[in-house]
Design a protein around this ligand. Structure first.
Ligand code: ZN
Length: 351
């Protein structure tokens, strides 16, 4: 009889989720089974839990969701040599095909046939998760274990910040949710001369200051474009990182960019956004980048090096730690927007 495990599942196409008993995943020759130590809730998970329209076509219940985690390798498939049982690991949850044009020229993060564990395949809100061995990353013991549960969003932040020059540059981070907060820390760690946060929510404004933003401007009471220009001697920010996905925030982001600057867009707007390309992009000579996922595996090695060197403190960004059984409370906290990153422990909270 196959061994069973606890798993938080989307069992039907409706709001909510339920804790189920189901068989542990079987392994193919190149797979690894990981006992999940800590998993973290992403905005995408909240969309899945709440059954928001954006997820209804993509998610096919019954399935286990969750895609940010760390854990200990339980067992490995017959062909796996590089990963060993007992290793503490995290993993890239975007599974690239390895065969399409992008994959073959080193752009696996935008693979044409990308599948995501926790969205297209069973995820990590469970006691065990199956991962292809080539997606597994061993975690150095010098890195605090809980940080390994949030490498997916930290990787988004590192990918965005390091998609162009940042040393000796002024950086504006538009939207200070978890990834924005991480981006502030990464930009500071990588030598930005000043980092400005743009944020509306008071708790997030306080956190942005706490993680090291030189100034935080609130669009509710401030002309944020004018404020960033003023803080940069009238020129605008060298680098703007858009992490909110809010249409007006995106227009402001272009407005606060200096001529010749770089704007990197990570936030996902829910609908098409109107921009004025002539002043904001063309005459400005702006470099505009779309950012998706993490570079495999350039982003991972840079991120792990920054963590190992102690350059990034994620403690202020981890706002709650709960056993997986308390998922309903966790999603309620997440929904209220008061929490930053919430960690869930499917195998109990380690002492
Ligand atoms: Zn591919």
């Amino acid at each position: 009889m196959p061994r069973t495990m606890k798993a938080l599942m989307k069992t039907r196409p409706a709001p909510g989720a339920s804790m189920e008993r189901r068989p542990q995943p079987g392994l193919g020759p190149n797979d690894v089974l990981v006992a999940v130590q800590a998993a973290s809730i992403c905005g995408t998970d909240l969309h899945i839990y709440s059954w928001d329209p954006v997820m209804r076509k993509r998610i096919h219940p019954p399935m286990v969701f969750g895609h940010e985690f760390c854990g200990v390798v339980e067992k490995v498939g017959s062909e796996v040599e590089a990963v060993k049982p007992g290793q503490f690991v995290s993993a890239e949850m975007h599974v690239a095909c390895g065969h399409c044009l992008q994959c073959r020229i080193g752009q696996q993060h935008i693979c044409q046939n990308l599948r995501i564990i926790g969205i297209d395949l069973d995820g990590c809100f469970a006691q065990f998760v199956r991962i292809p061995a080539s997606n597994v990353l061993p975690i150095d013991p010098a890195i605090p274990p809980d940080y390994a549960a949030v490498l997916d969003p930290l990787g988004n932040a590192v990918h965005t910040v390091l998609a162009g020059e940042v040393a000796g540059q002024t950086v504006a981070v538009v939207g200070c949710g978890p990834i924005g907060l991480m981006a502030i820390e990464v930009a500071e760690a990588c030598g930005a001369t000043a980092v400005f946060g743009i944020e509306i929510k008071p708790e997030r404004i306080a956190l942005a200051r706490r993680v090291g933003a030189d100034a935080v401007f609130n669009p509710k009471d401030t002309d944020v474009v004018a404020a960033v220009r003023e803080a940069t001697r009238g020129t605008g920010a060298d680098v703007v990182l858009e992490m909110s996905g809010h249409p007006q925030a995106i227009r402001d982001a272009f407005g606060m960019l200096r001529g010749g600057g770089r704007i990197s867009l990570l936030g996902l707007p829910a609908e098409p956004v109107k921009l004025d390309l002539v002043p904001d992009v063309i005459f400005k000579g702006a470099t505009v980048q779309g950012i998706y996922g993490r570079r495999m595996y350039d982003t991972w090695y840079r991120m792990l090096s920054l963590l190992k060197a102690g350059r990034i403190n994620l403690e202020p960004i981890i706002s709650a730690r709960l056993p997986l059984d308390q998922f309903a409370r966790a999603f309620e906290l997440q929904k209220r927007g008061e929490a930053s990153k919430i960690l869930l422990y499917p195998n109990g909270i380690p002492k």
